[in-house]
Design a protein around this ligand. Structure first.
Ligand SMILES: [Zn+2]
Length: 88
């Protein structure tokens, strides 16, 4: 992937590879650009990660109409997500 300018702040975006997923990250605002094909890979990897990481994590639920919002401050954040692990 060639270097590109950040659509938000026009700083240079640097190509990165995390777990075989190729993306670009802005050197200034840390914005991410992920090609559609890489996003599919990311989702597959996340699902696999949940399969192997035990019962304390689960995939991000799909947003559906009528879904109830979680109560505020329900519980302290404990389970790290796959995306946390990848970009955190
Ligand atoms: Zn930027």
């Amino acid at each position: 992937m060639d270097s590109m300018a950040c659509p938000q702040c026009q700083a240079q975006m640097n190509p990165k590879e995390r777990s075989e997923v190729h993306l670009s990250q802005c050197s200034s605002c840390a914005g991410l650009f992920i090609p559609r094909s890489e996003l599919g890979m990311l989702i597959e990897q996340e699902n696999e990660w949940h399969l192997s990481s035990g019962p304390s994590t689960q995939p991000i639920p799909r947003i559906v109409p009528g879904m109830a919002a979680p109560p505020p401050n329900a519980e302290p954040r404990q389970a790290r997500s796959y995306l946390d692990e990848l970009f955190g």
